[in-house]
Design a protein around this ligand. Structure first.
Ligand SMILES: Cc1cc2nc3c(=O)[nH]c(=O)nc-3n(C[C@H](O)[C@H](O)[C@H](O)COP(=O)(O)O)c2cc1C
Length: 221
């Protein structure tokens, strides 16, 4: 029996009161720069029980401007920017080499919150990328060691073999180098905070980097 997608879509809600509590957000009391607000919202998403709040959409583009998007993990956010890690030879890595700009999107439905970050991207020094990788789990190292991300896979057996070898190596050599694994940072030019409102008077506060520091504006929802 086939699924009627449209019928199913009509049964679904966003911000169901059973699972969502929309907090009030007064942009007049927001901090002067976006990192502080991001850190506060992130901690509140964790406290509110949001699952996987550290996963984010990462948008990049081909050299001709064709957009692309996928999920990656947030590895940190500080004065240098929002960090994630991946293989330099992956599709996104090649896109970033040709066009070093990205956008990030976070969605924390338990509070009806969204955060968007845009800006130029740079690769962290290799030693920093190595330290970041080796501070993570054996599984993360094994996944990085498996390599060849975004290449065409010939068969599941090929992957099983490579993955098994990578696991054994990661266990044997916890500091095994993965030269293509790269820590990237998005240096924000713009960060937008969206707070959903049940009457759809959503609050959108955007921070834009200017010569004088951060300018703040509200946007129509
Ligand atoms: C929850 C989740 C977390 C992920 N985290 C990462 C990550 O941190 N780094 C990464 O390279 N891929 C991560 N991936 C896989 C990417 O979504 C993507 O499949 C992969 O990086 C290849 O993307 P590309 O072909 O555009 O380069 C994650 C996927 C999911 C679903």
């Amino acid at each position: 029996m086939g699924t009627d997608l449209h019928e199913l879509l009509r049964t679904l809600k966003v911000w169901d009161p059973e699972t969502t509590e929309l907090p009030s957000f007064d942009p007049a009391t927001a901090p002067e720069e976006p990192l502080t607000l991001f850190t506060q919202w992130f901690a509140r998403a964790v406290a509110a029980g949001q699952s996987e709040p550290h996963t984010m959409s990462l948008a990049t583009a081909d050299p001709d401007g064709t957009p692309d998007v996928r999920i990656v993990m947030l590895h940190g956010a500080d004065a240098q920017g929002w960090a994630f890690a991946t293989h330099a030879g992956s599709r996104k890595g090649r896109q970033l080499a040709a066009r070093p700009y990205a956008a990030l999107g976070f969605y924390w439905p338990v509070q009806g919150r969204q955060v968007r970050v845009r800006g130029p991207v740079s690769a962290a020094p290799a030693a920093e990328g190595r330290a970041d990788l080796h501070a993570r789990s054996t599984g993360a190292l094994a996944a990085a060691l498996t390599g060849r991300q975004s290449e065409v896979l010939g068969s599941a057996q090929e992957l099983a073999r490579a993955s098994q070898e990578a696991w054994e190596r990661a266990q044997r050599q916890p500091d095994a180098p993965v030269p293509s694994w790269t820590l990237y940072r998005v240096r924000p030019q713009e960060v937008e905070f969206f707070q959903g409102d049940e009457r759809r008077r959503h609050v959108r506060l955007v921070y834009r980097r200017s010569e004088q520091g951060w300018a703040r504006e509200l946007l129509w929802p």
